[in-house]
Write a protein that binds this ligand. Structure first.
Ligand code: GSH
Length: 234
């Protein structure tokens, strides 16, 4: 069950503990979703750093597991039927880990689907739109004289924050009292938007007190604090 040698990714990133779930990642907002989830669940795992500075994500070994050349990806030696399971896409990985551990997902069917809905809201809205805002505000796009592309994503980020703000009114977490994978997917992106992407003033984050209040509680969780630094950068 623990023989991972058939997976080319283990040639570049050897498994020292082949009985543990293998994580290939970098502490970006998508990457930390999975390390936070693993820290929250207590599942034993072995993290491997996929360095963008050496273009590791384009190596044949990484592409053999994650053909879209994006982190995070996992290889679970103990997947369904006891067979190894490779997986990429952070939303799919969060769903898989919730299913495997029975944690961070409501038990009732209606609550489960509502959680999946908010997970998809993050995957299809918050992640891609905040990411574009990061490009136009912090990275190469900031030098463009024409600010219309940046402003388009500022407006879209504000709109999405407004949706989240409305959802959190009267609730501790996205799913009410239950802390779930929807929170784990969403709040690393809010943190990044107002931190690393330096867009707090642009999106007028002060107008979203429910969002910032929940972000603070999220960041105070010990598993979140640990997960934000995994895998350790060189
Ligand atoms: N939808 C994907 C997006 C993952 C993603 O965008 N990962 C970025 C880092 S946050 C990446 O690996 N970029 C490397 C590249 O594009 O070459 C997921 O949620 O897993």
């Amino acid at each position: 069950m623990n023989d991972l040698s058939a997976f080319p990714i283990t040639k570049k990133w050897p498994a020292r503990h082949p009985d543990r779930l293998q994580l290939y990642s970098l502490p970006t907002p998508n990457g930390v979703k999975v390390s936070i989830m693993l820290e929250e669940t207590g599942l034993p795992y072995e993290p491997h750093l996929v360095s963008f500075s050496t273009n590791d994500q384009m190596s044949p070994e990484f592409l053999s597991l994650s053909p879209n050349n994006k982190i995070p990806a996992i290889l679970d030696p103990d997947g369904p039927g006891g067979k190894p399971l490779p997986l990429f896409e952070s939303g799919a990985i969060l769903l898989y880990l919730a299913d495997k551990t029975g944690q961070l997902m409501p038990k009732d069917a209606a609550g489960r689907w509502e959680t999946v809905q908010w997970l998809m809201f993050q995957m299809g809205g918050i992640g891609p739109m905040f990411g574009q805002l990061g490009f136009f505000n912090k990275f190469a796009g900031k030098d463009y004289e024409d600010k219309r592309p940046r402003d388009r994503y500022v407006e879209e980020a504000k709109r999405l924050l407004g949706v989240l703000e409305g959802r959190l009114a009267g609730r501790s977490w996205i799913m009410g009292d239950a802390y779930t994978i929807a929170d784990i997917a969403t709040f690393p992106w809010v943190r990044n938007l107002i931190g690393f992407y330096e867009a707090a003033d642009l999106v007028e984050i002060r107008n979203f007190p429910q969002v910032t209040r929940t972000l603070e509680v999220f960041l105070a969780r010990p598993a979140v604090a640990r997960g934000l630094g995994i895998p350790q950068r060189d």
